[in-house]
Design a protein around this ligand. Structure first.
Ligand code: MG
Length: 276
């Protein structure tokens, strides 16, 4: 059983998964019940993976749609760049492809539209154009409440590591400016480090290795279905942060242990995941 939390008019509601949509029930819960729901999600995770426990020491953060409020820029940039090359691409495509490397996204689109793979040159040209439009769109702001959560994580003595499918140089550079002293640069995993990329578990497994902790000492936070799949396939406790237009059920289907709908919610609920 998985759970999705919603905030409405200052109250916390829980939506049970595995129930057909028109029968989904929203229930107002007491703090005690919420605590036991999180405990239950954690217990199921431990049991499923046959882990000795759950004791977070490293927190792995996806970048776009988690650390930065950057998805609208990616939507505009991808659609413009793909259309210039005669490749149909929609807003939903951007969200459903998010997390995998740009080269993979371009290649898949070529296969669907032209029935052949993109050449290395085409991949590079289109990604360069996409990066140009992304920069032209304007600098994205840090996700509201991300700085608060990161400060809390540092205060708790936990490692914070970025795991992104992005190869967007402007954004990777701005991590240090936007979150000074939080992330260790040599532990970061980006499009430049991986062979397969999300949804393959490789990026998250690489981050676990770099962090030097065990898989049961990690929390992964990702907003994209493919990112959530990557983290859950690496057998990590995965929080789906549904900051985009997708239905929260999508993140559960891709393997999230818990889905929350904003960084604000995560920052407020954080203690439930690290009090072990
Ligand atoms: Mg993302």
């Amino acid at each position: 059983m998985y759970y999705i939390f919603h905030k409405k008019r200052g109250q916390t509601y829980i939506q049970f998964s595995g129930i057909i949509p028109h029968r989904v029930k929203y229930l107002l819960l007491s703090l005690q019940k919420i605590t036991s729901m999180y405990s239950s999600a954690i217990s199921s995770f431990i049991k499923k993976n046959d882990y000795p426990g759950f004791s977070p020491k490293a927190i792995l953060f996806d970048m776009d749609g988690v650390l930065f409020d950057s998805m609208e820029g990616h939507v505009v940039a991808w659609i413009k760049a793909m259309h210039e090359y005669g490749l149909p691409f929609t807003r939903e495509d951007v969200y459903m492809c998010e997390g995998q490397t740009g080269a993979t996204t371009i290649n898949k689109s070529f296969i669907e539209t032209h029935g052949r793979e993109a050449t290395e040159e085409e991949k590079q040209e289109i990604y360069k154009l996409k990066s140009h439009y992304f920069d032209e769109y304007g600098k994205p702001a840090p996700m509201p409440f991300a700085p608060d959560l990161l400060k809390e994580i540092k205060k708790q003595g936990l490692q914070a590591i970025v795991v992104t499918g992005s190869g967007q140089p402007s954004l990777l550079k701005s991590i240090e400016n936007s979150f000074p002293g939080i992330f260790e640069h040599d532990k970061m995993v980006t499009a430049f480090d991986v062979k397969y990329g999300k949804p393959h578990p490789e990026p998250y497994l690489m981050a676990v290795k770099k962090s030097g902790v065990k898989p049961w000492e990690v929390i992964a936070i990702d907003n994209a279905p493919l990112g959530v799949k990557s983290a859950s396939s690496a057998n990590l406790f995965t929080i789906g942060l549904n900051t985009g237009p997708l239905e929260p059920e999508v993140l559960l289907e891709y393997g999230a242990n818990v889905v929350l709908d904003s960084m604000e919610d995560l920052a407020k609920q954080w203690g439930h995941f690290t009090k072990t």
